[in-house]
Ligand binder design. Structure first.
Ligand SMILES: Cc1ncc(COP(=O)(O)O)c(C=O)c1O
Length: 456
C-alpha cells in the first residue's frame, strides 16, 4: 500500500488554504467536525441547482431526488459494510439515537436494564436515561482513569439476564480510547441484549464493518468524516422491521424510510455521497496502481448519483494476485477499506509524534493511552491540561497562533467528572485527522511549549 499523498489530499479541501491573521490555519478541531472536500460543496450546490425537489413526485427533479436518496444509502452501505436498506438518515446522531431509544423503550418493562458507559458522549447516554420514566434501570460501566479505558470487568459483572441493551461508543471523542466493541457484542448477545454503538468519533479514523462486528445498531454523523451535517443510523434489518418508530401516518411503512421523520436533508445527502466517493478516490491513490476507470466512474457518480455503484475494474496488489482478492477489489467498498486502512496507518505515525512530543512538555498532564504498543486502542485524538492554566486559556493561546483546538467536556461529561477536571474547565483536545501533517504537529508542539512556559 502506498503512503498517503498529503499534497493530493490537502488540495481536495478548500478550507485548508485559509489564513488567519496572516498565518495558515491549522485544523486540530476534527472531533468537533471535519473540513469538507470541494467535491462535497459542488455536489451540494449541484443538487440545489439541478434536482431540488421533494421525494416521490412524477417529475424530473423529484425523480433525481429519489435516485439521490437511493445512491446515498448505497454509499453508506459501502462505507459501513451493510445493506442499503439498513441505512437510515436523520438530522444528526443524537436525534436518531433518541428515535431508537423511544422505539425500543415501547417494548421494555419496569425492571429491564440498559447499560451505558462513563466513557461515552452524552448522546449515547441521555437517550437511554430517558427510559427511566418507564421504570427501566440504567447501569453505568466505569472507566479506569490510568489510561481512560473502559473497565471491562465492571462491564462483565454488570451484564446480566435482565440487560436488554448495551450502549457503547466505538471510540471516545474526548480521549480517543477505542473500545473492544466486538467483545462487548459477544458479552451482550450471550444474555440476549442488543448493542447500540456510537461510532461518531471512530468513523474518520478506521474502516468499519458492521456485519463483521455483529452490533445491532450503529450511529454516526457525516460531518465528522468529511461530509455535511447529516446523521446516519445503521440498524439490522430485522430490528428496523420489528421495532416500531414514532412516525406520521402517511409516511412510508417500509424499512428504512419508516425511521425517517419528515423531509430529509437532500443537499446534505448529495454531500454524503461525495464525501464517501472522496474516500474511495483516496483508496485508489493508496492502492498499488491507481485505477483510472474507478476514478472516472467515481467522478461520474459524483455527478449522477449512481445507484449500486461498483467499479468495473480495480487493480489488485502485485504482491497479492489471488483471484479472491481480485474479486474483492471490484467494488467501492474495497476502495473505502483501502483508504481507511491507509488513514489508520498514517494517523498512528502522527500519534507517535504528537504524544511523545506532548509528554515532554513541562507541566502537561495527559489523559489517555500513551504506550505506543497500545496505539491500536486509540484514535489520534488526545486530551491534556497545562499546569496553572484553564483549558480555555490554553485553547485561546493556541487559537491566537491559528491553531484550532477544542476545550471543555465535549459532552463527555461523565468522563470529565470522573477525571475530576469538570469543575476547572475540562480538557484541551487535539484532534488529528488524515489531512493534518507532521509539520502541523511540530508547530503545535512548539506553540504549546511556549504557552506552557508562561505558567511554569
Ligand atoms: C462520540 C460522539 N457521539 C455523539 C456525538 C453527537 O453527534 P451529533 O452532533 O451528530 O448528534 C458526538 C458529537 O460530537 C460525538 O463526538
Amino acid at each position: 500500500m502506498e503512503p498517503l499523498d498529503l499534497k493530493w489530499i490537502r488540495a481536495q479541501f478548500p478550507a485548508l488554504t485559509q489564513k488567519i491573521n496572516g498565518k495558515p490555519a491549522i485544523f486540530f478541531d476534527g472531533p468537533g467536525g471535519t473540513q469538507v472536500p470541494g467535491a462535497v460543496l459542488d455536489a451540494m450546490s449541484d443538487y440545489l441547482v439541478r434536482s431540488n425537489a421533494n421525494a416521490h413526485g412524477a417529475f424530473a427533479t423529484s425523480a433525481r431526488t429519489d435516485a439521490l436518496i437511493t445512491s446515498a444509502r448505497a454509499a453508506i452501505a459501502d462505507f459501513l459494510g451493510c445493506n442499503s436498506d439498513e441505512v437510515v438518515f436523520g438530522a444528526n446522531m443524537t436525534t436518531l439515537t433518541f428515535a431508537v431509544s423511544r422505539a425500543i423503550g415501547r417494548e421494555l418493562q419496569p425492571g429491564d436494564e440498559i447499560i451505558v458507559t462513563r466513557l461515552d458522549h452524552s448522546a449515547n447516554i441521555s437517550p437511554w436515561y430517558a427510559l427511566e420514566e418507564r421504570g427501566v434501570i440504567i447501569r453505568v460501566v466505569d472507566v479506569k482513569i490510568e489510561e481512560c479505558t473502559l473497565d471491562m470487568s465492571d462491564l462483565s459483572q454488570q451484564i446480566n439476564p435482565r440487560t436488554r441493551l448495551v450502549a457503547v461508543s466505538y471510540a471516545s471523542n474526548a480521549v480517543g480510547t477505542i473500545n473492544d466493541v466486538a467483545a462487548i457484542v459477544r458479552l451482550a448477545h450471550a444474555v440476549g441484549a442488543l448493542v447500540f454503538v456510537d461510532a461518531v468519533h471512530y468513523t474518520p479514523h478506521a474502516p468499519i464493518n458492521v456485519h463483521a462486528l455483529g452490533c445491532d445498531f450503529l450511529a454516526c454523523s457525516a460531518y465528522k468524516f468529511f461530509g455535511p451535517h447529516v446523521g446516519i443510523l445503521y440498524g439490522k434489518r430485522e430490528h428496523l422491521t420489528r421495532f416500531t418508530p414514532y412516525k406520521v401516518k402517511p409516511a412510508p411503512e417500509e424499512v428504512p424510510s419508516r425511521w425517517e421523520t419528515g423531509t430529509l436533508n437532500h443537499e446534505g445527502l448529495a454531500g454524503v455521497v461525495a464525501a464517501v466517493n472522496y474516500l474511495a478516490k483516496l483508496g485508489c491513490h493508496v492502492s498499488p496502481a491507481v485505477d483510472s476507470e474507478l476514478v472516472s466512474a467515481l467522478a461520474e457518480a459524483d455527478k449522477e448519483g449512481l445507484e449500486n455503484f461498483s467499479c468495473p475494474r480495480f487493480l489488485t496488489s502485485p504482491n497479492q494476485p489471488s483471484h479472491e482478492l481480485a474479486s474483492a477489489y471490484h467494488s467501492r467498498r474495497a476502495a473505502l477499506v483501502a483508504a481507511m486502512s491507509a488513514i489508520q496507518q498514517y494517523e498512528r505515525e502522527l500519534s507517535h509524534k504528537l504524544i511523545s512530543g506532548l509528554l515532554e512538555i513541562p507541566g502537561l498532564s495527559f489523559y489517555g493511552i500513551t504506550d505506543p504498543s497500545r496505539f491500536a486502542w486509540r484514535t489520534p485524538t488526545v486530551a491534556f491540561r497545562l499546569a496553572g492554566q484553564t483549558p480555555e486559556t490554553t485553547a485561546k493561546a493556541l487559537g491566537d497562533r491559528s491553531i484550532f483546538a477544542w476545550h471543555g467536556n465535549f459532552y463527555a461529561l461523565n468522563l470529565t467528572e470522573k477525571l475530576g477536571v469538570e469543575a476547572s474547565g475540562g480538557l484541551v483536545r487535539i484532534g488529528v485527522v488524515h489531512y493534518n501533517t507532521v509539520e502541523e504537529i511540530h508547530q503545535l508542539l512548539q506553540g504549546l511549549n511556549e504557552i506552557a512556559a508562561l505558567t511554569n
